[in-house]
Write a protein that binds this ligand. Structure first.
Ligand code: COA
Length: 163
């Protein structure tokens, strides 16, 4: 079981739970419609399957506010001496309300409890809003992975040192 592998977490502003079938179905359709996944060609079908898959190293959670699923987060741990945030996204109505910041704080606090030295994330070169969000959270670009997901775009690998 991953260090991030509890079935539920209560962050106050929101709860995290392993996605139910209904969570995965709803969020896969809503998140495939928005950037960056529209440009990256992600489909609801691949999301629905991926959102419900838990492995020994990767845990995926629905972000729930007032009983409503509003986003998905997926954490791979261990990665490079710390967790890798493989997915973070909220439906448009839930963006800009502090959920992202609360989740990054939880991720870093949990990583710190396990003496992790780093947190890693990838962000698309065209996703300027998410880049601004991660910069505000203290993340820096450490690599440019050209053509990682689609030929026309790079993914920037970001890192935050915890110690
Ligand atoms: C990017 C995303 C995860 C951020 O989460 P969020 O809940 O909307 O962000 P928050 O409300 O917690 O914002 C936290 C801080 O980040 C900064 N920030 C967030 N969005 C920003 C933007 N578009 N431009 C500049 N700064 C931004 C702000 O400093 C903000 O804090 P403040 O307003 O209190 O000063 C979310 O908007 C999202 O799901 N976007 C669409 C999908 C996506 O791009 N996911 C990331 C894929 S790598």
């Amino acid at each position: 079981m991953s260090k991030f592998g509890e079935a539920n977490y209560d962050l106050g502003i929101c709860q995290l739970r392993h996605p139910t079938h209904d969570d995965a179905k709803l969020l896969s359709v809503e998140l495939a419609k928005i950037e960056p996944w529209k440009t990256l060609g992600s489909t609801p079908q691949e999301f629905e399957e991926g959102f419900q898959s838990q492995t020994t190293s990767t845990n995926t959670y629905a972000v729930v506010v007032n009983e409503n699923p509003v986003g998905i987060i997926s954490v791979r741990y261990p990665w490079l001496l710390g967790p890798y945030l493989g997915f973070l996204g909220f439906i448009p109505e839930a963006q800009g309300k502090g959920l992202g910041k609360a989740i990054m704080n939880w991720l870093e606090e949990t990583a710190n409890q396990h003496s992790a030295r780093n947190v890693f994330i990838c962000v698309s070169d065209f996703n300027h809003e998410a880049q601004a969000f991660y910069k505000a959270c203290g993340y820096s670009k450490i690599a440019d992975l050209d053509g990682l997901i689609v030929d026309e775009h790079s993914e920037f690998l970001l890192r935050k040192r915890l110690s």
